[in-house]
Every structure is written in structure tokens, then in C-alpha cells.
Design a protein around this ligand. Sequence first.
Ligand code: GSH
Length: 219
Amino acid sequence: MKLYEFAFTRSIRARWTLQELGVDFEGVTVNMRAGEHRSSQFLAINPAGKLPALVDGDLVLTESAAIVWYLAEKYRKFLPADLAGRAEVNRWLLFTVTELEQPLWRIAKNRNLYPEAQRLAADIPLASQDFRAMADVAEKHMAGRKFVVGEEATIADFVLAYTLDYKGLLGLSIFMGCLKFGVNRLAGAGMWYWDWFCLICSRSRSASCLSTSYRPVAR
Ligand SMILES: N[C@@H](CCC(=O)N[C@@H](CS)C(=O)NCC(=O)O)C(=O)O
């Protein structure tokens, strides 16, 4: 099994799940800084030119949430056994990658990623507002809970923790404002966030920052 990945990107979701599962895999670095994700070799794997991508035998799978779901299904771990529990995990995966992650990307793109002339400064407060509203939903959901779904860690915890890992995302620094706000807001509201975050992160070799513990060898 091969994971096409690059350092601090969403690849961490897949790498984290693979490492938690303790299965053998080969990490293949696609150096985004050098533009390797746009090479014809990589576009043959993911025509979208994005990371991560997983190749397992004949299966070529992209989309980080689909990859973690596939891995959890394949190895029968980090997913509840019952249908309702699995549906909840799916709900929180989708919530994370749509409702939480997308406003963060709008901010990132309009602050740093789009060509300067095309950035829409006015979208930044709107996206922050959207993120805060959805962070509120996550906060209320977590009240009194140890894990996002059920009584044990699932892939929903890994994906949410990565997404809210403002320290890790600091590697890109562009996320700082919004994520820090979200994290502080969640923490200020009742400490569940820190309890949960520390619990989930402590699964990774005692590091407090996901991107440090799950980052493939520094490039
Ligand atoms: N929805 C995709 C998004 C993947 C994605 O945007 N990956 C970024 C790295 S975090 C990427 O490869 N970007 C390259 C580009 O947009 O050119 C997923 O979750 O896997």
C-alpha cells in the first residue's frame, strides 16, 4: 500500500490513520513546493493534482475522508460496529470537511493562496463567521463527551483533530487567526476541547502537535 503525501497537508489524516492501525505502508513524497503534484506521473494517480492519494493493489483512492474511511473499513478499526454509529462517524467526517474546513480554506485562499489581484478580502470575515457558527455546533455536540462518536476513538476524532490543529496548521501560518479564534472559543466554553484534543493527540508519540508527530521526515 502506498500513500502519496506531502508533509503537513491533509495527507496527515491518512498517515495518522495508517499509523494508528499499525499497518505497513510506503509513504511516497510528492513535493508540492517543487510542483510534483502537477507532474504527469502524479496526475495519472489523481487527475485533480491533490494530496493525499492511496494506492492499494488495483484501488487508487483520493479524498482524505474517503481514504480514512476505506482504511477503517478494511482493518475493522476506529469505526463503530453498529450502523447508527457508523452513520454518525460519516456525519462528522462530512461536517468536518465541508462545514469546518471549507470556511478555513476560503480564508487561506483569500489571504495568501490566490494571486494577489484575485483575493477577496471581504470574504474573510464572512468565512470566519461561517466557521464560528459551525465550531459552535461541534462545541455543543462535544459537551460531556470523550469522543466525537461513542465511547472509543474513531476516524472522526482523527480528522477533526487534524482540522482544528492550529499548531500544526501554523506550519502554513495563514490559518492562525481563524483557527486560533475557533480553538480559543471552544476551549473557553468549557475545556472539552483541550481535554479531547490532548487525549486524541496523546495517541501520537507524546507530541502535542499533530503535524510534528505525524509529519513524514522533514523535507
Ligand atoms: N478534498 C481533498 C482536498 C485535497 C487538497 O486540496 N489537498 C491539498 C493539500 S492539503 C493539495 O494537494 N493542493 C494542491 C493544489 O490545490 O494544487 C481531500 O480532502 O483529500
